[in-house]
Design a protein around this ligand. Sequence first.
Ligand SMILES: *Cc1c(COP(=O)(O)O)cnc(C)c1O
Length: 306
Amino acid sequence: MTLHLETPLVESPPLGRAAGRTVLLKLESSQPPGSFKIRGIGHACETYAARGARRFLSSSGGNAGIAVAHAGRRLSLPVVVVVPETTSARARRGIEDEEAQVIVHGESWQEAHALAQSMTGETDAFLHPFDDPLLWQGHATMIDEAARQGPKPDAVVLSVGGGGLLCGVVEGLRRNGWSDVPVVAVETDGAASLHASLAAGRRVALPAITSIATSLGAKQVCERAFVTAGEHATTSVVVSDRSAVDACRRFVDDHRIVVEPACGAALSLAYERNVALAPHRRVLVVVCGGATATVAQLDAWAGSLA
Ligand SMILES: *Cc1c(COP(=O)(O)O)cnc(C)c1O
């Protein structure tokens, strides 16, 4: 049993036309909790349960928290998610709808995180949103599937927050004999922690997150993501919030799927025929998804962003 679904791999005629090349989409948006996160978090939760964990804790008010809640419900184990006061009502509801307990604590994620850590006892497992080898192993299954489902791509395009998805995709490329397939790593301006680290030549922390793509809002990528971007052929690209939101809105019309700007960032490379795609004839875009955006919210952002 796995807690994630095998997702479709489809060729996209509209994105292909926009990009001027073949675009394959791995539709992680169709995972029931709304994003790819259930792959890694599901695998981690199953592993921790097998090792005797009786409860799961998380401090993510976003897709990681929703995935932990989903995994706990499926494994019949209780889940506590501690989120800061800034977490939207919609995100809280998403976690509660999966029957997890939500504790609202603190003005920022740091405070919520500290409480969740202090609550983690011997028979509990704490689920990190991106920095855990079990997560990367689980995320890698999307490349196992892609290798069965379709042709070898010339590049994989994906979004980067804390870098768990990047680590997992590269692990998947390696274990499927696709180590020579480069990765295009996309962040939004104001959440570009990988880009800043690559520019500095060392892992640096951003002073603040100013992008609307909150699911990409890790001030610092995990060590493994920074090392991976150095070892594996990786092109780092930064796009505007505006590009990310525009891509989300076009994607609704083209594929009838709502995704977060965190995912729109990756899609925007195809829609805007980004120069980073120039060397590649056939690209695989990870449609990472995201459960926290609505059409109304996308429209509001489109109206407010310059
Ligand atoms: C978590 C998340 C990301 C970023 O993944 P990382 O592993 O943190 O790099 C991108 N998109 C969505 C929708 C997410 O939930």
